[in-house]
Design a protein around this ligand. Sequence first.
Ligand SMILES: Nc1ncnc2c1ncn2[C@@H]1O[C@H](COP(=O)(O)OP(=O)(O)OP(=O)(O)O)[C@@H](O)[C@H]1O
Length: 243
Amino acid sequence: MIEFKNVEKYYGKFHALKNINIKFEQGELITIIGPSGSGKSTLLRCINGLEKITEGDLMVLGENIADPDTDIRQVRQEMGMLFQHFELYPHLTVLENVTLAPVKVRGLSQKEADAEAEQFLTRVNMWDRKDSKPSQLSGGQQQRVAIARGMAMRPKAMLFDEPTSALDPETIGDVLDVMKDIAEKDKMTMIVVTHEMGFAREVADRTVFMKDGEILEDRESEAFFTSPNDPNAKRFIEQIFAY
Ligand SMILES: Nc1ncnc2c1ncn2[C@@H]1O[C@H](COP(=O)(O)OP(=O)(O)OP(=O)(O)O)[C@@H](O)[C@H]1O
């Protein structure tokens, strides 16, 4: 469903992605890990067109988004994206945040959108806060609402860019549990850039290790964490688990 073929990405003269070849299949949960500045966010942002690739081909949901004729808005609508900072609309309630795009973009009636929102907000344990404003919620609660908002667009895939790294430690588990539940029950394609190694190891089907713009390892998660092949990946994991 998503495939990078010989992709290069430059920011000016800086070579941010180097010869990327990788395929993500429908229903897979993949985590992307690696040191700061290794190109993880760039890779994710290329998938929904927030960044343009410089060379190569990038197939997303059957469209080559490197082709200037591709309607990127269409592709983006089918792809949920969650960032480190939960970008909820501050002036809207929780319920309004979740129903806005289904009404405006999917063309649902407010009643239909409300009914769907109840379903999604219940799943993330936030239905009882439907009338709250984002500022009245903790970071973890806001991120769970952001997940419900993403799900309400009925995306074919969800991209997560460090969804828990701005959260207080005690709320991280709730957000990861919601992500795990979606992966298991919805068989949603999920690509997650994260520093949560426990989540990568225990929940993700595959883990991709990046360094200096390259993919150095791409393997089934348990095998990767038990015995990484790449020496840089090995060092990275050892450093993280040393703390
Ligand atoms: N808009 C930009 N203009 C110029 N350079 C950029 C831009 N965005 C990212 N970079 C550079 O590209 C490299 C990869 O950045 P990216 O954010 O993809 O890394 P990352 O692995 O996600 O890092 P982190 O874990 O710190 O978020 C970094 O060296 C960064 O400084």
